[in-house]
Design a protein around this ligand. Structure first.
Ligand code: NAD
Length: 298
C-alpha cells in the first residue's frame, strides 16, 4: 500500500468534561487542606448587571460549582440601570472584603458602563478572570499572572494531548479578543510555539490553518473551520459556542469547527459541548484558590 492510500485514523475526542471534573476534585481537596491547615475558606464574588438569561445561567452555574468545591460564593445581581459609579462602588467594597478572594464581573456589561474602567478597578490580586491591565501586562512579559480562564483551560487540554513540551510547534489562534484570542496566543508563545493570530481580516485563513500543529478557534461562527483546513495529525481546540436551530425546535450548540470533517484529519479535537466549556469554570475555581493562597502569603 502506498503512503497516499493509508487511511488517517479518526481523531481522539478530547474529553474536557472528564478533565474538568478531575480538576475540580483536586481543587476541592486543596480547598479542604487550606481550611484544615490555615482556617481559610476561599471566596468568589460574582457580579451580574442586568437580566440577560444566558448570563444568569452562567452565574448560577459558577455559584453551584464554587460551593461544590467547598468555597464560598457571593452572588450580586444589580439592576440593568445601575450606573458605572454604583458598580465601581460595589467593586471597591469587594476589594476591601477579607472574605472575598476572587472578583468576577460578568461580561458583557450594559452599554452605558465602560468595561475597562470596571475591570481595572478590581484589585489585581483578586482579578480571577485575568483581565486587569496589570495581569495582561504580566502575562505578556512572562511574569506570574492571573491567567484568563478559557485560554488557561485550552492550554491544559493541549498539554494533556501533546505533552508538556510544545516548543517549536506551529500554532494558529483564530480570533483576537481580549478574553480568549490574545491571551491564548500569549500562553502559546510562552510555551515557545510559533504563533499566528488570525482574525476577520486575515487573508487565506485556510492556508494559514493548514500549516498549524495546534489550531485554537475562538470566533463564534458555526462550523467555519473545515476538515481540509486541518494539517493531518493536528490538535484542534474549539472554543466557539454557537446555538443553532433544530427541526424539533429545541436547538443545539455547535462549535466553530466542522467536527465530523475535522475528526477525519486531526489527531485530537475537542467537542462542543463537553470540550472547552467545562474547563473555563474549573479554571475559575483554580484561580480563586490561587488568589486566596497568594493573598495570605501561602
Ligand atoms: P469576540 O466576538 O470578542 O471575538 C471574535 C473574534 O473572531 C474576533 O477577533 C474576530 O476578528 C474574529 N473573527 C470573526 N469572524 C471571523 C472570520 N470569519 N474569520 C476569522 N476570524 C473571525 O468573541 P470571543 O469573546 O473571543 O468568543 C469567541 C467564541 O468563543 C464565541 O463563540 C464565544 O461564545 C466562545 N467562548 C467560549 C467560551 C467557553 O468557555 N467555551 C469562553 C469564551 C468565549
Amino acid at each position: 500500500m502506498t503512503a497516499q492510500m493509508t487511511q488517517q485514523p479518526q481523531a481522539t475526542i478530547i474529553d474536557g468534561k472528564a478533565f474538568a471534573a478531575n480538576l475540580r476534585e483536586q481543587i476541592a481537596h486543596d480547598v479542604q487542606t487550606l481550611k484544615d491547615t490555615h482556617h481559610i475558606t476561599p471566596g468568589l464574588a460574582v457580579v451580574l448587571v442586568g437580566e440577560d438569561p444566558a448570563s444568569q445561567v452562567y452565574v448560577r452555574n459558577k455559584g453551584n460549582m464554587t460551593r461544590k468545591c467547598g468555597m464560598e460564593s457571593f452572588e450580586f445581581t444589580l439592576p440593568a440601570d445601575t450606573t458605572e459609579e454604583q458598580l465601581l462602588e460595589k467593586i471597591h467594597e469587594l476589594n476591601a472584603d477579607e472574605n472575598v478572594h476572587g472578583i468576577l464581573v460578568q461580561l458583557p456589561l450594559p452599554k452605558h458602563i465602560n468595561e475597562f474602567n470596571v475591570i481595572n478597578t478590581i484589585e489585581p490580586s483578586k482579578d480571577v478572570d485575568g483581565f486587569h491591565i496589570s495581569n495582561v501586562g504580566k502575562l505578556s512579559t512572562g511574569q506570574t499572572a492571573m491567567v484568563p480562564c478559557t485560554p488557561k483551560g485550552c492550554l491544559m487540554l493541549i498539554k494533556d494531548t501533546l505533552g508538556e513540551d510544545l516548543s517549536g510547534k506551529h500554532a494558529i489562534v483564530i480570533g483576537r479578543s481580549n478574553i480568549v484570542g490574545k491571551p491564548m496566543a500569549q500562553l502559546l508563545l510562552k510555551e515557545s510555539c510559533t504563533v499566528t493570530i488570525a482574525h476577520s481580516r486575515t487573508r487565506d485563513l485556510e492556508s494559514e490553518c493548514r500549516r498549524a500543529d495546534i489550531v485554537v478557534s475562538a470566533v463564534g461562527v458555526q462550523e467555519m473551520v473545515r476538515g481540509d483546513w486541518i494539517k493531518p495529525g493536528a490538535t484542534v481546540i474549539d472554543v466557539g459556542i454557537n446555538r443553532i436551530e433544530t427541526s424539533d425546535g429545541k436547538g443545539k450548540l455547535v462549535g466553530d469547527v466542522a467536527f465530523n470533517e475535522v475528526i477525519e484529519h486531526a489527531r485530537a479535537v475537542t467537542p462542543v459541548p463537553g470540550g472547552v466549556g467545562p474547563m473555563t469554570i474549573a479554571c475559575l475555581l483554580q484561580n480563586t484558590l490561587i488568589a486566596a493562597k497568594a493573598i495570605h502569603g501561602i
